[in-house]
Each structure stands twice: as structure tokens, then as C-alpha cells.
Design a protein around this ligand. Structure first.
Ligand code: ACM
Length: 273
């Protein structure tokens, strides 16, 4: 509540992300009855992607809708982010319940089962006057009618979603991941990898040419991500964010034909003091 109010006072809306159906190992360590395996997974002590996943039982939807209801009372944002990324389907492939549900709902495969999962959550959020947004994996198996997409594995997901009439936020990993290196790795603090320096961020055009002219209004924003696995202190986070966030603001708010690197570079030092 404190953070939401802090943001509101500065015209900033905080959008919460409640991850599903994957990236849910902590939840399933506490509530293993909503998983597929009948086993209790451990809370992860390392980062990354695991096979642990919510099982699409009715009771799981009740559980998740309870959580989302509580989230909606805390966060007034129109958008609620439901994750949707990096959800390996192994447990669904091995689950008799999931295989039966696939048949019963006339779904083709586990990707369509993920789509079924997200559609149900989309319906719930829409009925509550909110909008669902998720990472571009929610395109797999068909996009839920009300869904908006954050395109992170490149621009393709965002382009496909916008051309299909869905709102999108572009945050492609090849440039908009501020956990990536911004200089020579030999001279920089250890980072996850990649490379995206100030100029590369500045040069990014968040309006891909292959979005049709009459669909361009579906690009509702550009975003940078700062995953903090490699950042032990707030000072390090600031080091990764600044000054790249200034280039992000520039490409989000300045008309592309007025974008000017020299002019930006001249203004930059005033922001570094
Ligand atoms: C992501 O980086 N998994 C969205």
C-alpha cells in the first residue's frame, strides 16, 4: 500500500505480476495440492526455470482467483500481469488429469492447455473490470480475447499480437534488458550476459515497421527490465538503470524524427549530477 501510494503521488501506476502457470515453485512448495505431481517441491535456492507448474484443476483456479482478488484490492492498476512465461509442459504431459482435460476441452496439445489456462484468468480479470497482460508465451496455443502482450523474446510476439488487434508493450531482450552488460565485461561488475549500452538503447525504435499502419496504436509502450539476480545492492541496481533509463525515456516520449543522439549526449551530463 505504501509503494502504491508513493507511486500515485508521482503519477506512477504500479502493475503487479503474479506469475502463472510456471515460475510458481515457491507457491507450490507451500501448496503442493495445486501441482500435478502429488509431490511437494522444495523452495528454490537458485534461480532459473523448473518443471514445477500449476495444474489446471478447478480448485487451482479458485486458489488463483482468491489471490488475484486480494491483489486487485491492493493494486488499483487497470492491468494485472499474470506472467505466463517460461512454463515447461512436462508435468502436464505426464498428468492423466491434464490429458483428460485436453480431450474434454477439445484442445490440441499442452500449448492450447496453457491458452485455456490464461483464457480463464483473462475472463476472471475482465469480469472484475481489469485487463490481463502477460509475457509473449501467452500467444502459444492462441491468445486470450482480452489479453495484452509484453514482448520479451524479441519483437515477433509483439508484432503478431498488435497485428491481431491486441495491445502490446515492447521490451525485447536484445536491447531492453538492463541486467545485461553496458560496457566491456572485463571492466564491468558481473552480469547475466548480453550487451546493451546507452547508445544501443537510444537507437532502438519501439515501433517495428512490420506492425501495420492501422495497428500501430496497439503499441502502448516500451519497457526495460532489471532482473536483480546479479545485483546485491541498491547501488548496483542504480548503476544498471542509470543512465540507460534516460535513453528509454527518450525513445518512449520523443517523436522518432526528432530523436538526435548528439543533442541527447549534450543534455546527458546534467542528469548525471
Ligand atoms: C522473462 O525475462 N522471463 C520475462
Amino acid at each position: 500500500r505504501e509503494i502504491v501510494t508513493y507511486g500515485q503521488l508521482r503519477n506512477i501506476t504500479i502493475v503487479p505480476e503474479i506469475e502463472m502457470p510456471g515460475h510458481s515453485q515457491a507457491a507450490l512448495a507451500a501448496y503442493p495440492e495445486y501441482g500435478c505431481t502429488g509431490k511437494t517441491p522444495k523452495v528454490l535456492t537458485y534461480w532459473g526455470v523448473t518443471d514445477t507448474i500449476f495444474c489446471p484443476y478447478e480448485k487451482t483456479f479458485t486458489f488463483l482467483e482468491d489471490i488475484l482478488s486480494e491483489v486487485m484490492t491492493l493494486f488499483p492498476s487497470e492491468f494485472i500481469h499474470i506472467g505466463g512465461d517460461e512454463a515447461p509442459k512436462k508435468h502436464w504431459e505426464q498428468s492423466a488429469f491434464c490429458q483428460n482435460l485436453i480431450k474434454k476441452e477439445n484442445l490440441k496439445d499442452e500449448h492450447e492447455l496453457q491458452s485455456y489456462f490464461i483464457r480463464r484468468i483473462d475472463k476472471f480479470l475482465t469480469a472484475n473490470g481489469r485487463r490481463l497482460i502477460g509475457w509473449d508465451e501467452i500467444l502459444e496455443g492462441g491468445l486470450a480475447p482480452g489479453a495484452s502482450v509484453m514482448s520479451w523474446r524479441g519483437e515477433e510476439g509483439g508484432i503478431a499480437a498488435a497485428n491481431a488487434g491486441h495491445d502490446v508493450v515492447l521490451t525485447p531482450g536484445f536491447v531492453m534488458y538492463f541486467d545485461h552488460y553496458q560496457g566491456d565485461p572485463k571492466k564491468e561488475p558481473l552480469a547475466i550476459g548480453g550487451f546493451s549500452d546507452l547508445k544501443k538503447v537510444f537507437q532502438y525504435n519501439p515501433m517495428p515497421d512490420s506492425i501495420k499502419e492501422d495497428k500501430k496504436h496497439h503499441v502502448i509502450g516500451v519497457q526495460a527490465n532489471v532482473w536483480t539476480e546479479y545485483m546485491k545492492s541498491f547501488e548496483h541496481v542504480e548503476y544498471m538503470v542509470n543512465p540507460r533509463i534516460l535513453a528509454l525515456s527518450e525513445i518512449a516520449w520523443v517523436n522518432p524524427d526528432r530523436k538526435d543522439w548528439k543533442n541527447f549526449a549534450k543534455r546527458l551530463p546534467h542528469n548525471l549530477m
